[in-house]
Design a protein around this ligand. Sequence first.
Ligand code: G3I
Length: 355
Amino acid sequence: MTKKLFAALVLASLLGCANMDHTTLMPDPVTTPPSNSATLKDMPFPFGAAVNASLLRSNASYKALVVKEFSSITAENAMKFGTLHPAESTYNWTDADEIVALAQANGKRIHGHTLNWYKSLPTWVTNFQGDTQAWENLLKTHIQTVVGHFKGKVASWDVVNEAFEDDGTYRNSIWVQKLGTDYIARAFQYARQADPDALLFYNDYGHEYSTAKRTAILNLVTSLKTRGIPIDGLGLQMHTRYNQTDANISAAITSAVATGLKVHISELDIALNPDNNQSLTYTASLADQQAAKYKSIVKMYYAIPKAQQFGITIWNVTDGDSWIPVEYNRPDWPLPFDRNYQRKAAYQGILDGVK
Ligand code: G3I
């Protein structure tokens, strides 16, 4: 080897170890992709992803990864009120039906998200004028039309999403303003009437960082159960961060298990840049800590009673598709695949969680 070539190789290797931005074509700084043929479909419980309808349509690599890796599918946005029901007498099923067809063609479970939320509402709802009965009818009609449309196809629904503030008080949503807090119970009843076989979930975030919110959620679902309101599961969104403590995550999971409901880690992602540092780069150390956090979450989840393991769903697929960099306007790398559709260290962390 010439001296020049040797120097070039040393330089290349040093650059490879430097803190490279993972948005480029650099390979994962911690692990090379596992070369075995195991996929997340082989996990001992359903492992899913939220998917974006337009990406599935336009991006063959994205679609191939979704088909290859996941046993459960949630529509990231396609089943929300604003997408499905843009005008009072108009339903737009296109995106959602395409996702359902893809999932069915590939033998994947479909989890519906979400029948009721304070966000992503069309203006016809936010501007709606009517008395209590008219609002009740609006709520019931939407839930029953949507659940009815997907009856026998969608296995489970997030019936009500994010009804609480972080301090444990009810969010003053349009639904609470118009119908009071007990609309939640009726939303579950309407969903059950429309598809008696679909499993019904209450879904929220923050169980791992707010004891007040967690307590409020647990009190709600326990009271629904006691009253005989049809609820089958609790969704812990788990939009978390690499430096969240295992103790807090464990408290979130074990308290959910104590309700006796099925537990869905429903929107998992692990942010690496929770402090919004605009110049942060993706380093081997961060990748490693993220992998360790994915592993410990999966491990804790795998330890809960089998009958309560509804599954884990990540919130979209690759770092390039995640809502986090967009929403917080910052660099971040929250998911187990990089934007080149390659498995990250976090992917191996997930597999290691069930070893
Ligand atoms: O599709 C339109 C596009 O046509 C338009 O040009 C563009 C301009 O803003 O907006 C696009 O729609 C955006 C949509 O995502 C698709 O990318 C909406 O503005 C944007 O509000 C929407 O954000 C979604 C958000 O929920 C609000 O519905 C995120 O993708 C989605 O990840 C996020 O998911 C939520 C869960 O439903 C509930 N839990 C929290 C989670 C993260 O916020």
